[in-house]
Design a protein around this ligand. Sequence first.
Ligand code: C5P
Length: 246
Amino acid sequence: MSDESRAVRTAVVIPAAGRGVRLGPGAPKALRTLGGTPMLIHAVRAMAASRAVSLVVVVAPADDAVAVKHLLDEHALPERTDYLVVPGGENRQDSVRAGVEALPPDIGIVLVHDAARPLVPVDTVDAVVQAVRDGAPAVVPALPLADTVKEVAPPVEAGGPEPVVATLARGALRAVQTPQGFERDLLARAHASVTAEVTDDASMVEQLGGAVVAVPGHPEAFKVTRPLDLVLAEAVLARRRANDGF
Ligand code: C5P
């Protein structure tokens, strides 16, 4: 790492304002616990574990912003890491935009990381930051697919089987994770100008015609979406604790 790249401050925006309806009834997803600690705290710690990250911006459910601020106050972060909490919006895109708009002027690189990916290893975070520092304006961590992927059409009768219309070439497909890393100005421009509904931030850059590159992701950066993912996350955490007292 050169002295010049060290001078560029990096922040992470963590959208954590989703209700997590697919997980079933209960607290907002980011506040559900894993190993007794809220998922959001795991995600914040995972990002703060990178020495590159000097600021964490948590985007909280609007009703819970004060509670989330207290939660972060209670859980120690490394000395070098500042944090702030801003209220989120209607959808993920609005929430990320709120986080980006809250960034101080001296931030040059921005990571966006889902609170719902609490177990991302620090090496993945560092690899994304390094790729941006090395000159890529937008970077995603990505994994090859294990399953064959087919495109389907709507069922002929409601509730009936879906006709398969195509089988996609799996070798060229990737499942994309977070943290995604960006030059700050590019991400801000994407959020200011793209209004179409998207499911990740890099696709907004693609819509602007910007180049996005993929670096290797990690299986433990999976997104906690459904009840089975909670079981897997607990198992990963238990194994880490047994192995190294994490
Ligand atoms: O719903 P999904 O799992 O795609 O959400 C991804 C991330 O976006 C989660 O961390 C969730 O908390 C966040 N989100 C948000 N604001 C919303 C909806 C989702 O911050 N309105």
